[in-house]
Design a binder for this molecule. Structure first.
Ligand SMILES: C[S@@+](CC[C@H](N)C(=O)[O-])C[C@H]1O[C@@H](n2cnc3c(N)ncnc32)[C@H](O)[C@@H]1O
Length: 269
């Protein structure tokens, strides 16, 4: 289950990792999305607040929701360092996005950077999307014109890569230094393919070397659920959404064969 997953060592390494630090275009994309669709915003799987806190800095009320206590702790530390007015726009809630009731409606719900890919079972995906729908304003001013939006991103699946045995070998993903000088080398490998279930068991192996040269090996083992375009479109339709756009990247380019992302903008019906 996801809670234990991010409550491990990963929370301490997440923000410094080049994989996360290099991910900036999505923040600009989500910032523009709030300008377009309005707030307040609910971010599901907000983690350490990479997107949520940026939206609050930009002037929007944001609820960050995550299952992991340690990721939320990091988020809360970063929140404490924000300007008072921005800080006061952020509410953090711990819970499971497969079923939740926050007692509040939002103009926009976002699920950035793969939390959906942690929901392995279709029943959890459906239950999550149904909860999202219940939290979206169906009708802003009684006119039926401004319905709440959901935006989520998953990677575009390259079906061959998903079961290519070459990925069972450890491959280098990133190397970086922590603020305290420790060196980190992240390697990744697929431990098992479950093609019929659209899942892979993945290991991210962190080799951490301290100032005295002592190396520690930490393993972040998780199961990745991969999606295909029309599967997500059908899931959304099944849960009461109308898909208004599908992008292939954060520059809003159309989804094409080589697109890295699948970004869905859906309107609550
Ligand atoms: C890759 S991180 C993304 C964090 C953040 N959205 C970002 O863009 O940096 C995935 C996050 O999803 C959260 N998550 C996974 N399963 C969840 C669930 N069932 N309910 C709530 N959060 C979940 C994890 O705890 C983790 O913080």
């Amino acid at each position: 289950m996801s809670s234990a997953l991010y409550d491990g060592f990963i929370a301490d390494y997440y923000d410094e990792s080049p994989i996360v630090r290099g991910r900036v275009r999505d923040v600009a994309f989500y910032r523009d999305a709030v300008l377009e669709h309005g707030g307040p915003v609910l971010e599901l799987g907000c983690g350490t607040g990479r997107v949520a806190l940026a939206l609050a800095e930009a002037g929007h009320r944001v609820t960050g929701f995550d299952i992991s206590e340690r990721m939320l702790e990091r988020c809360n530390q970063k929140r404490a360092e924000m300007r008072t007015e921005a800080r006061e726009r952020v509410r953090l809630v711990q819970g499971d996005m497969t079923k939740f009731d926050l007692g509040e409606k939002f103009r926009l719900v976002i699920i950035p950077f793969r939390p959906m890919q942690h929901l392995l079972e279709v029943e959890d995906q459906v239950s999550c999307l149904e909860s999202v729908r219940e939290h979206l304003w169906a009708d802003g001013r009684g006119t039926g014109e401004r319905r709440g939006r959901l935006i989520l991103d998953v990677f575009q699946t390259d079906a061959e890569r998903m079961h290519d045995p070459a990925y069972q070998e450890e491959g280098l993903v990133a190397e970086y230094s922590m603020p305290d000088g420790r060196r980190v080398r992240i390697m990744e490998r697929v431990k098992a393919f479950h093609r019929a279930e659209q899942r892979n068991d993945v290991e991210m192996i962190f080799y951490v070397t301290d100032a005295r040269g002592k190396e520690e090996r930490l393993v972040f083992a998780w199961t990745l659920r991969y999606f295909f375009r029309y599967e997500v479109e059908n899931l959304l339709a099944r849960c009461g959404f109308k898909v208004s756009a599908v992008y292939g990247d954060f520059d809003r380019s159309p989804l094409e064969d080589g697109s890295p992302e699948m970004i869905f903008v859906a309107e609550a019906r």
